[in-house]
Design a protein around this ligand. Structure first.
Ligand code: DGL
Length: 281
């Protein structure tokens, strides 16, 4: 233990989301970087975060980061756009120096923004995300830092996370909400040739999204870009890499019912898993 009461021995890479969405990122981590151990935490009891205030998303995310640190993680990925948009900066700048300056917390928005310059031809990009992520303007801000010529248009999709969390992503009800939001986005900017899925839950809605998007428009789920970025990060930061254990395991934690998590996570990951319940309050 260090003086902050955190374990000093190497541990798994922490992956956090408000619910199941982060599993779409974890899946890509495990595919690209199977040698590492992962500890996934879903705050399913308090999902969705998308419509919550800055203060609440920050408070919940900080609780999760602290818990993952206490459980041995030296590196935590916020596999949630809403938490990345609303809490990451404060945690990096204000909390990490107090908690333990040698640990790291990373998000999913920057790696996605970095990838977009090479993908769009028209330089008109659309973002579908939660209300919180759209209101934060994080995507236009990050994209414009790197590619000032790209026009970024956002569309908040408040019903999409509940559809996924409630296993309704393949239902006829999902068609209505997906069509409505894609149409709204393309009406705002008909020159869009690339749509970023700016919420880690949305890859589950990919079939419906493709159904209502013209063929010439590229749909960008984040998993691959975030995983590639993590790979490069671990190569550049050997001090952090040495703190990540490598036995190829994955543990799952949820703040809600483990049985429920297990059923839904099986759909996300296509494999059977063991889940433990924890409390963050
Ligand atoms: N997966 C989270 C994201 O990427 C969902 C947010 C929510 O809980 O509303 O934004």
């Amino acid at each position: 233990m260090n003086k902050e009461g955190l374990p000093t021995t190497p541990g798994p890479i922490g992956v956090f989301d408000s619910g199941y969405g982060g599993l779409t990122i974890l899946r890509q981590f495990r595919q690209l970087l199977p040698q590492y151990d992962y500890l996934y935490l879903g705050d399913n009891a308090r999902t969705p975060y998308g419509s919550r205030s800055y203060e609440i998303v920050y408070e919940f995310t900080l609780q999760a980061v602290k818990k993952l640190f206490e459980m041995g993680c030296h590196l935590v990925i916020l596999a949630c756009n809403t938490a990345s948009a609303k809490a990451l900066k404060s945690i990096q700048e204000n909390d990490l120096p107090l908690l333990d300056n040698s640990r790291r917390v990373l998000g999913v928005i920057r790696p996605t923004a970095e990838s977009i310059g090479a993908i769009t031809n028209t330089r008109h990009v659309g973002i579908v995300a939660t209300q919180g992520t759209i209101n934060s303007e994080s995507y236009p801000l990050e994209i414009h830092k790197l590619f000032p010529d790209i026009q970024v248009t956002g569309e908040a999709c408040p019903m999409w996370v509940p559809l996924v969390e409630n296993n309704e992503y393949d239902s006829p009800g999902a068609d209505y909400f997906v069509k409505k939001r894609i149409n709204n986005l393309l009406r705002k900017d008909p020159q869009i040739d690339t749509i970023i899925l700016g919420c880690t839950h949305y890859p589950l809605l990919l079939n419906k999204i493709l159904k209502y998007t013209p063929r010439n428009i590229k749909i960008i789920p984040q998993g691959d870009y975030v995983a590639n970025s993590l790979k490069k990060y671990l190569k550049r930061h050997t001090d952090i890499e040495l703190q990540c254990t490598k036995n190829g395991t994955c543990r799952f934690l949820t703040t809600e019912s483990p049985e429920k998590f297990k059923d839904s996570a099986t759909i996300f990951l296509n494999t059977n898993i063991e889940v433990e319940k924890i409390s963050l309050e």
